[in-house]
Design a protein around this ligand. Structure first.
Ligand SMILES: Nc1ncnc2c1ncn2[C@@H]1O[C@H](COP(=O)(O)OP(=O)(O)O)[C@@H](O)[C@H]1O
Ligand SMILES: [Mg+2]
Length: 389
């Protein structure tokens, strides 16, 4: 953990990213990221691990603002860059609906009471007054509650309304699939230069210099600049993706399974390249992977995700020494070790999420010991503490 400082470069707070499809009764909501919080410190490699479909890519895409988060906040280099307000807006809608229902109900009751009064003017007057007061109370309560919520919306939005271009440039993503993420009709130079142009660079000469420099950094040649993506191998394409991310000199890179589409022989090369970049430029990396075998060598801290939730977070050494969550244990049991004795005895542990009893108390992320976080309820937390002792 050489260049790591205790200063978070990125803070994710209670991030939610829900996707809905269909309408009415067919409406389905996928909670791809569901209340996830973590910090990434300057200079470190933070591994985000979990099986396919657990929400890793969505977390990355939400951080980099490719999605508007459903809820929660993201801070980057001290500035809030995202703040979801959907749940606040939902609350307002629910409140309006509830109040509307109550008012309709009161009107109905009033009508009935008036009918029962059978033309007794004095009684009817009293009834009308009484219901008027009741309705006024409902309206007043509703307006006060909504005003409270609305007060929070501009606060959350004010510094996140339009993405800060300069700041967002400091954050780049290397995508999972190097083939799908490179425009086949653009040359390598155009692909890499696009980021520079978006960032405001206009001079062709300067663009040429920077493109050539970054091609060299990732181990490609200047003559590669005029070729098209399909002329390259998988490993080279991933290098192009890395060059595109690097050319704007980011301080933070999200590398989304950058090697899982590559041959084993090339995987090490790309990892070494990322490692060099980290040593040379002090770039902070969030490294996404679907198992622990890669991040084992290439992370300082590791977060484990399971179906939209962050279930455990610790330094790499701590996670491998003291895994607590049964899902982490199951992931660990899948990591082969170059030790024949260990391999003979290694058994895959299967995780069964129904093993948790959350009927009485729901779980949340707790710090079970400094720097070691676990998703648990109070009862489980006590058990985990005993294990650690
Ligand atoms: N744009 C989208 N629209 C709807 N559902 C999505 C979208 N992106 C991802 N999902 C769903 O969200 C869940 C998490 O996906 P993803 O973040 O890609 O997982 P991972 O990267 O861990 O494999 C999956 O169930 C996936 O089908
Ligand atoms: Mg993914």
């Amino acid at each position: 953990m050489n260049k790591t400082t205790e200063q978070p470069i990125l803070s994710v707070r209670r991030l939610k990213q829900y996707f809905s499809s269909g309408f009415g009764k067919q409406k389905m909501v996928v909670k791809a990221v569901d209340d996830v919080s973590f910090d990434i410190y300057k200079g470190e490699v933070f591994g985000l691990v979990g099986e396919s479909g657990c929400g890793k890519t969505t977390t990355g895409r939400s951080i980099i603002k490719l999605y508007e988060p459903t809820d929660g906040e993201v801070f980057f280099m001290g500035t809030r860059i995202s703040a979801g307000t959907q749940s606040l807006k939902e609350s307002i809608k629910t409140m309006r609906r509830e109040a509307h229902k109550q008012l309709a109900e009161l009107t109905l009751q009033e009508k009935k009471s008036i009918e029962e009064a059978q033309g007794n003017e004095a009684k009817i007057d009293a009834i009308k007054k009484d219901f008027e007061a009741q309705k006024e109370e409902v309206t007043k309560d509703r307006d006060a509650l909504i005003k409270n919520i609305k007060r929070d919306i501009p606060n959350r939005k004010e510094d996140t309304g339009k993405p800060n271009k300069e700041l967002m440039k400091r954050m780049q993503m290397i995508f999972q699939d190097p083939i799908a993420s490179l425009n086949p009709r653009m040359t390598v130079k155009e692909i890499i230069a696009e980021g520079l142009r978006i960032a405001g660079e206009k001079k062709d000469k300067e663009i040429n210099i920077q493109v050539n420099r970054v091609l060299e950094t990732v181990g490609l040649l200047p003559e590669h600049a005029s070729r098209y993506p399909h002329e390259f191998s998988g490993g080279q394409r991933q290098r192009i993706g890395i060059a595109r991310a690097l050319v704007v000199r980011p301080e933070f890179i999200i590398a989304d399974e950058p090697i899982s589409a590559l041959d084993v022989s090339i995987q090490a090369q790309v990892i070494n390249l990322l490692n060099d970049l980290r040593q040379e430029f002090g770039i902070t990396i969030m490294f996404i992977a679907h198992d622990l075998s890669v991040v084992k060598y290439f992370s300082d801290r590791i977060g484990v995700m399971y179906y939209g939730k962050l279930v455990e977070l610790a330094s790499k050494d701590e996670l491998f020494k003291n895994p607590l969550h049964p899902y982490t244990k199951s992931l660990l049991s899948a990591v082969p070790l170059p030790d024949p004795d260990y391999e003979k005895g290694r058994k895959r542990i299967k995780y069964d999420p129904t093993m948790h009893d959350y009927s009485k108390e729901l779980p949340d992320l707790h710090e079970v010991k400094p720097g070691h976080f676990i998703y648990a309820n109070t009862m489980e937390l006590e058990e985990y503490k005993k294990v650690l002792k």
